[in-house]
Design a protein around this ligand. Structure first.
Ligand code: AMP
Ligand code: MG
Length: 471
């Protein structure tokens, strides 16, 4: 079957012009083996009706979608990587493949690739993605979505039959091309590139493009760039808070990995925390822990400051500073909302909720090695002592370290308590996505081409998503 009537192509990015992207061609892969298709995501853009052959033609061989971008566009951007400016970035192994409207919301969504071949921005890179990298990103996005984190969704993973050389994987290693569905691929680094060249007109055009397509409510603002920064700060605060409640360490919070709608994307060396640990660092090459778990809010704020710097080309700095000052209080509010969401309880007011968040983090820290991140939220979901105090961690929770937390939580009412009736909450243990399990899933694929554990894991994460009801 071809696309469904719900497919509404609306390529908007090309109108920004030649300075924003380069037309490219996808690599001609020796094979295209469909490994994963996200039909739930596809249904939101009218593409779930494609047969597997049609799917592979579009998302493995990149035949253009009807009425969409042709040829694909490698996006131009710069960025700060670990705080040093790199003017040689850009889509080096990906491109923007299609833009269309989301059913129900009318949001403009992108299909973008990772591993689709070389571009003018590949530098010495091969333009490819390892299959393991693709598998890891599919798992990350599923888990993040289940935990209520605003994230890009993995749309398709096709294995491409090449042998790649990588320093961080036993090589040769298998290859893949990933397609992600995302609410824009405009990065902070997109603004940085045009600011770097002092192209005020292009920074202005990009502000207008972003406002028109992603923040239409700001179209009438007196100071559009400052209003946009304020809105991006609010979205970034929500995103960061949701990572902190999910126990997620992105690993590479460079400005080219942050988009302007506050969706996280581009998951390389990420980790989910085994247990509470502010110093936990995901990327082996992040020797100084710049992007460690506890420093993520600071990293995001630093990135927002760089975006503000770009916008200072097109407006006064006072309103930009004011917008930046909104990040901290917004982050605090969002952290409360995210933590209450994960605990499944109703808000009681700022002061009370802030205290609950504090004792929650305190209790998790006291739990140390004895308490993993996810079981804490699973055991206490809905604020119900009966589950926590009869479960496998009852002894720990009954102790003095948890007294302050238990006392506070007892004053809270469950939010949508009917969720506890989902069979997921009768499981002995919650769904987690820790490194050992990812490695085990990968080794089944690597050693025996056995995808059973991968698909079973995705099905269990999906059950958790439905049970939590956070996204
Ligand atoms: P990332 O770490 O995936 O965010 O990538 C940072 C930059 O390096 C981006 O400009 C990527 O396009 C580029 N890049 C990463 N890996 C490759 C590769 N294998 N080939 C070409 N470019 C790459
Ligand atoms: Mg990136």
């Amino acid at each position: 079957m071809p696309v469904s009537p719900a497919y509404r192509p609306d390529p908007q990015f090309p109108s920004l012009g030649a300075e924003f992207a380069d037309p490219v061609a996808a690599a001609d892969f020796p094979a295209t083996m469909l490994r994963f298709r996200n039909d739930r995501a596809a249904a939101t853009v009218g593409l779930e009706t494609l047969s597997d052959d049609e799917w592979t033609a579009h998302f493995g061989r990149f035949q253009p979608l009807p009425g969409n971008i042709d040829p694909p566009l490698a996006l131009r951007y710069h960025g700060h990587q670990f705080r040093s400016y790199n003017p040689d970035l850009g889509d080096g192994r990906g491109f923007l493949f299609a833009q269309m409207r989301e059913a129900g919301t009318d949001r403009l969504l992108d299909l973008g690739t990772k591993g689709s071949g070389q571009t003018p921005w590949s530098r010495s890179g091969d333009g490819r993605l390892t299959l393991k990298g693709g598998v890891r990103e599919v798992l990350a996005t599923a888990m993040l979505e289940a935990l209520g984190v605003p994230t890009s969704r993995s749309f398709s993973l096709v294995e491409t039959g090449e042998a790649l050389q990588r320093g961080d994987e036993p090589s040769p290693t298998r290859s893949s091309v990933l397609v992600r569905l995302s609410h824009s691929h405009v990065r902070f680094g997109t603004f940085q590139r045009h600011a770097y060249f002092e192209a005020k007109d292009r920074v202005g055009a990009l502000v207008d493009h972003v406002v028109a397509n992603y923040y239409p409510d700001l179209a009438g603002a007196n100071d559009r760039p400052a209003a946009l920064l304020e809105a991006v700060c609010a979205k970034a605060a929500r995103l960061t808070a949701s990572w902190m409640a999910a126990g997620f360490v992105h690993g590479v919070l460079n400005t080219d990995n942050m988009n302007i709608t506050g969706e996280s994307f581009d998951y390389g060396p990420y980790r989910f925390l085994p247990q509470s640990d502010p110093n936990f660092t995901a990327a082996y090459f992040d020797q100084h822990g710049l992007y460690s778990f506890g420093r993520q809010p600071e990293a995001v704020f630093w990135n927002l400051q760089q975006l503000a710097g770009c916008l200072s080309l097109v407006t006064e700095s006072d309103p930009l500073v004011e917008a930046l000052n909104g990040f901290s209080p917004a982050y605090r509010r969002e952290l409360m909302a995210a933590m209450l969401g994960r605990l499944g309880v109703k808000p009681r007011g700022d002061e009370e909720d802030a205290a609950l968040v504090q004792v929650s983090f305190g209790a998790m820290a006291e739990g140390g090695e004895r308490l993993r991140w996810e079981p804490f939220f699973f055991d206490w979901f809905g604020g119900r002592e009966d589950r926590a105090l009869t479960g496998p961690r009852a002894d720990l929770y009954a102790g003095a370290d948890f007294a302050a937390f238990r006392q506070r939580l007892a004053t809270y009412e469950a939010e949508r308590p009917e969720r506890l009736a989902h069979p997921y909450f009768a499981q002995a243990e919650p769904e987690e996505l820790l490194i050992d399990e990812i490695e085990a899933i990968w080794s089944d694929i690597a050693e025996r081409d056995d995808w059973t554990a991968f698909h079973a894991k995705l099905a269990r994460i999906e059950a958790a998503r439905v049970a939590w009801g956070l996204s």
